[in-house]
Ligand binder design. Structure first.
Ligand code: BDP
Length: 618
């Protein structure tokens, strides 16, 4: 009896120790990298998979090894890989075997998941490492203590993506706005599973660079780069080397209380911009005597982002955002990362003359941001806070707020060094309790909701004072929410959901509304969504809803309104491509057809129109 008590107490302590080891997003901010001090192993491939509809896996210790499995591709959502699981969102289990080389025994070994939607529990060799809640952002665990080097290790992950009012994004909301299936409270399919790559990687045990934050500025022709470095371990000093454009500047530094800050002046600076996305190479090395203990290399762009009453400023120059709201969405992969789709999307953004997009309605795979840095595309980076609401169960409201804060922190630490990211978006279309789709708006706003959004803005502004912030407002939504932002972003569908079939009337409402918004806020405005469902190949000699002609005329009318207002600083069409959503009477075939490109990236008539208009403007 005493013996079994001892085992259960020590077992419990060990379990708690492992759970407590879950790192803060700051400690996993640096993407795994291969260099003389760091190794990586990509676990992409075919894994084993098993559904757990009765939720018996934990009780039956499936983490010790799965039986009767089927094959699944990782990365990739599970919903479209089989013929029987499209709408299945309950628990599933994944398993793979990963060989860990013998020479990793002197290193820390970590496992990193780019995104698991929504709730993940991870075991290595039967030991539970921790839990992560929330899709679309990375998490990682130190698995050194449970890893066997020189042999195969079993990795098991339990995932579920139940739609719940306490989650972000929300689902299964009583009297929710959407009456659809599955019951998401948002307009995209709730693709589930291990959607991004899984990596094993090493970090040097004796001392490691734990975080790097780069901030940039310039004075006349001199670039100003501030590099903040944090470390773990006894190492005392290091150097930063910045190279590019005939420069090679080395600066030594010493740590004080685990931190060091290095200021670098870059003569004749080559600024990062849309037209010239020039990237310098920044390398940080930490040393024990003369031996490098750890190093990390980062492409950086030197640029500033600011705002005045009328426009966003990039390097002090006005910039007009031309682009789209997008989705990570493709047949069969679902929300799984697919590099050819990323490359193709950037090719199409360039082809059409766009210079920006919003990561609606969640952060995208890291590769999108690296490409944007190289291609000179500006990103509005959004957390998955879509369709928030503040009425109903107070515990749910509090839980959603906690998740929003977690997402903002995870997002900031992941994306803070990308020059392409110019703005953080704390929410898309929060809903007031009563909404009527008119510019007069609905009921007065619940004061708690203003406090909640103010907290989110305060949090992201306290983390980052070098970028802008926004919140995307819904038609008929309260002004108090969008007024908290640096840039007013509004999604508008006058001429579609209201004034249906009447483009000119819709454009007139838009015109009147944005004049009112500007005189209320004196802040620049982006129409962050506007668009119409367009069935590819459907035509009419006079524009009619759902035809390609209607989409083209609608977009033209909105862009003309924007051109007449000097304080409109961007127009993002909804959407870049058609995408899968949940089933409902306004979503033909479970699809949202507002894409300017089809789901397989073929241009509709509006795409040709935009190419002509946007490339001419250049
Ligand atoms: C907006 C949402 C977006 C939807 C779009 C639409 O932000 O997610 O897909 O409307 O209705 O309300 O197509």
């Amino acid at each position: 009896m005493i013996k079994s008590l001892f085992y259960s107490i020590t077992g419990w302590l060990f379990f708690c120790h492992l759970l407590m080891a879950q790192p803060h997003p700051k400690d996993i901010a640096l993407f795994p990298q291969e260099n003389p001090n760091r190794s990586i192993s990509d676990l992409s491939g075919i894994w084993e998979f098993k559904k757990d509809p009765e939720n018996i896996g934990i009780k039956n210790q499936w983490f010790n090894g799965l039986t009767e499995t089927r094959s699944i591709a990782v990365p990739g959502s599970w919903n479209e890989q089989f013929t029987d699981s499209r709408d299945y969102l309950d628990a599933v289990w994944y398993q793979t075997e990963a060989f860990v080389p013998e020479n990793w025994s002197d290193e820390e070994v970590w496992i990193r998941f780019g995104s698991v939607n929504y709730h993940a529990t991870v075991w290595v060799n039967g030991q539970q490492l921790g839990i992560h809640e929330g899709g679309h952002l990375p998490f990682a665990f130190d698995i050194s203590k449970v890893t066997k080097t020189g042999e195969k290790n079993t990795i098991v992950v339990r995932v579920e993506n139940k739609l719940k009012p306490s989650r972000v994004p929300t689902g299964d909301v009583p009297n929710g706005f959407f009456s659809n299936y599955p019951k998401s409270n948002f307009d995209f399919f709730p693709y589930a599973g291990i959607n991004r790559k899984v990596w094993l990687y090493t970090l040097p045990k004796k001392g490691k660079i734990s975080d790097i934050t780069v901030k940039t500025n310039f004075e006349k022709t001199t670039g100003k780069v501030t590099v903040a470095i944090e470390k773990v371990g006894a190492v005392k000093s290091g150097e930063v080397i910045l190279t590019g454009d005939k420069n090679s500047i080395t600066k030594s530094f010493k740590f004080s209380k685990g931190k060091a800050t290095v200021e670098i002046d870059v003569p004749q600076v080559n600024l990062w911009s849309i037209e010239n996305p020039f990237l310098y190479d920044l390398k940080v090395v930490i040393k024990d005597n003369d031996d490098p203990l750890d190093q990390y290399q980062l492409p950086i762009g030197i640029r500033t982002v600011a705002v005045n009453e009328k426009t966003i400023l990039l390097n002090g120059e006005p910039v007009f955002l031309k682009g789209f709201g997008k989705h990570e969405d493709f047949p069969i992969f679902g929300r799984g990362v697919a590099n050819p789709v990323i490359v193709k999307d950037y090719a199409l953004l360039k082809w059409i003359g766009a210079n920006s997009y919003r990561t609606s309605h969640y952060p995208y795979d890291e590769e999108y941001y690296r490409m944007a840095d190289r291609e000179g595309i500006l990103i509005i980076d959004e957390i998955p806070a879509v369709g928030l609401f503040f009425h109903g169960d107070k515990n749910d409201v509090a839980e959603r707020q906690r998740m929003c804060k977690q997402y903002l922190e995870e997002l900031y630490y992941r994306d803070k060094n990308h020059p392409s990211v110019i703005m953080w978006c704390v929410a898309n279309e929060p809903f007031p309790e009563k909404i009527n789709f008119s510019i007069e708006g609905g009921e007065p706003t619940d004061p708690d909701s203003i406090v909640a959004f103010q907290e989110l803005f305060d949090l992201i502004r306290s983390l980052d004072n070098t970028r802008l912030t926004t919140l995307v407002g819904v038609m008929g939504g309260p002004l108090e929410w969008i007024g908290l932002a640096d840039v007013v972003c509004i999604n508008r569908y006058w001429g579609w959901y209201a004034q249906s079939g009447e483009i000119a009337k819709g454009a007139a409402v838009l015109n009147q509304e944005i004049e009112g918004l500007y005189s209320a806020f004196k802040k620049p405005i982006i129409v962050s969504e506007f668009g119409v469902d367009t069935y590819p190949g459907m035509h009419a000699e006079q524009p009619e809803m759902f035809t390609e002609e209607y989409q083209k005329e609608f977009i033209k009318a909105y862009l003309d309104v924007a051109d007449s207002k000097e304080y409109v600083t961007g127009m993002h069409i909804w959407a870049f491509a058609d995408f899968k959503t949940t089933q409902g009477i306004v979503r033909f075939g479970g699809m949202n057809y507002k894409g300017v490109f089809t789901r397989d990236r073929k241009p509709k008539m509006a795409a040709h129109y935009l190419k002509e208009r946007w490339t001419k403007e250049e």
